[in-house]
Write a protein that binds this ligand. Structure first.
Ligand code: GLN
Length: 493
């Protein structure tokens, strides 16, 4: 096995035994990135100097007997909407093309404290708005398994980087499925923690009431290891919840599913789910039963409203959060025309005659079509006259969905659904029809709406294309969820 193909547990073992150094491991990953990235386009920025310095420091610590634990010296890729100090964070938008980050995100601080080696920043849909990475200003990422297909999104670069063994693991963000869906399309593990378990400080906000950071890994065990590092209370994020740290730090190991009650959601069996996925969901049920879980079917009709609720609430929050990119505070700016001489020196398109035009032109030129679509939808749904009809109504339905899901967890330890209705689709297949694109999120958005954890575990294949099965757990029920996920992983194949 080549060094870049190792998972976290294997890489940590090799480092501990002195079979190779962190610099060796990092160099191999960087070589693979340089070889594959021109085709796959998983990375927007490669932070080679940072990675090699961190690797050297890690090796020096290890030599002195001061290793910081399992993640020390292990290379990671970071989604480019998460702040890494002194390097660009673009959110895959022209509006932040030349923006250099001034501070580390909370999760980056934690990873650095753990000795992580940061290889670079990965591609995504612009401001995480999408499910294919096709809305990135920096061009689409290709699925490493089939280059004519999307890797999913919005954390498509992170998923592709892990699947192509360009890194050992990656970090992504999930607002409506952006960790789980690309994990499913690329055949890896993706975990969205409970809302509030991981700090959002330093994550460039998409929809703040739904956003959550989490790991994309090669195994369930690795997802557990990274989650433990990330799930720490942060007083600087008002939605950071101490319960996350308390419950997650208590998990010692994954003990299996004996006696756990798993509910299989009827939605996973409806007509528009690809046949192979439906069949394998059935297989998953049998395997979980064989491993000692009690599995029964469950009907939660309210979930049929989740996608509609998401596509009202999310754009409203997007339109509010993206208001800060106005050409004044940071990022791309259309300059203000001050006098005639300056005006002659600049091209007409990039100057504005007054402040309003600075805002207007900066945003018109700086944002892509999908982001603009969401800003417009969100502004509409929250405007006077429509607020009650759309935003308020969606909030009410969100509360009902949350209550019914929480009630279901009084009877079940975990719920099971496919991660996506299909396997990875062709590049350009859905770009002309946003609704078709949005429908891919049908099984992932309920977890964000209810704030519960969800994980996608690779389970089967249709042809050569992998897909995942999704396990949902109760709020702060990551332990149960990881146990069921592990059982599914062991049953795979
Ligand atoms: N595909 C979903 C969307 O386009 C999810 C995005 C996300 O989780 N960031 O909104």
């Amino acid at each position: 096995m080549k060094l870049n193909e190792l998972d976290i547990v294997q890489a940590a073992e090799g480092l501990k035994k002195g079979e190779f150094s962190s610099v060796d491991l990092t160099q191999v990953c960087l070589e693979v990135i340089k070889k594959l990235n021109p085709e796959i386009n998983a990375f927007i920025t490669i932070t080679e100097d940072l990675a090699l310095n961190q690797a050297k420091e890690s090796d020096a610590r290890r030599k002195m007997g001061n290793s910081r634990g399992i993640l020390d010296g292990i290379p990671v890729a970071i989604k480019d909407n998460i702040a890494v100090k002194d390097y660009p964070t673009t959110a895959a938008s022209k509006i932040l093309e030349n923006y250099i980050t001034v501070e580390d995100a909370f999760v980056i601080k934690k990873l650095k404290e753990a000795g992580a080696v940061i290889l670079g920043k990965t591609n995504l849909d612009e401001f995480a708005c999408g499910g294919s990475t096709e809305t990135s200003y920096f061009e689409t990422t290709k699925n490493p398994i089939d280059h004519s297909r999307v890797p999913g999104g919005s954390s498509g670069g992170s998923a592709a980087a892990v699947a192509a063994d360009m890194c050992i693991y990656a970090i992504g963000s999930d607002t409506g499925g952006s960790i789980r869906q690309p994990a499913s399309y690329c055949g890896i593990v993706g975990l969205k923690p409970t809302y509030g378990a991981v700090s959002r400080n330093g994550l460039f906000a998409m929809a703040s009431s739904l956003d959550q950071i989490g790991p994309l890994t090669k195994t369930v065990e690795d997802a557990f290891i990274v989650l433990k590092e990330l799930a720490k209370y942060d007083e600087k994020d008002s939605t950071s919840n101490k319960k996350g740290e308390e419950t997650i730090q208590k998990i010692v190991d994954l003990k299996g599913v004996k006696g756990l009650k798993v509910g299989i959601l009827k939605q996973g069996k409806v007509a528009n789910v690809q046949a192979g996925i439906k069949n394998d969901l059935e297989k998953a049920v049998q395997k979980l039963k064989a491993a000692g879980a009690q599995v029964t079917e469950l009907n939660l009709p309210i979930l049929d409203y989740a996608l509609a609720v998401y596509y009202i609430l999310m754009p409203v929050e997007v339109s509010s959060n993206l208001g800060r990119y106005d050409g004044i505070k940071y990022g791309y700016s259309v300059a203000l025309l001050r006098d005639a001489t300056e005006g002659q020196a600049s091209s007409k398109e990039t100057v504005a005659r007054n402040l309003e035009e600075v805002y207007f032109k900066t945003r018109a030129e700086g944002f892509g079509d999908e982001v603009k679509r969401r800003i417009m939808l969100g502004a509409y749904a929250s405007s006077a006259g429509y607020f009650d009809q759309y935003y308020l109504k969606a909030q009410k339905v969100r509360a009902i969905i949350k209550k019914e899901i929480d009630d279901a967890f009084k009877k079940f330890d975990c719920l099971l659904l496919p991660t996506t209705p299909t396997t990875a689709f062709k590049i350009s297949e859905k770009t002309k029809d946003p609704i078709m694109m949005y429908l891919e999120d049908i099984f992932t958005v309920p977890a964000n709406i209810a704030g519960i954890p969800g994980i996608s575990v690779p389970f089967g294949k249709e042809g050569n294309l992998p897909f995942g099965i999704q396990v949902l757990g109760p709020e702060f029920g990551e332990e149960k969820l990881l146990n069921v996920a592990k059982a599914l992983e062991e049953a795979d194949g």
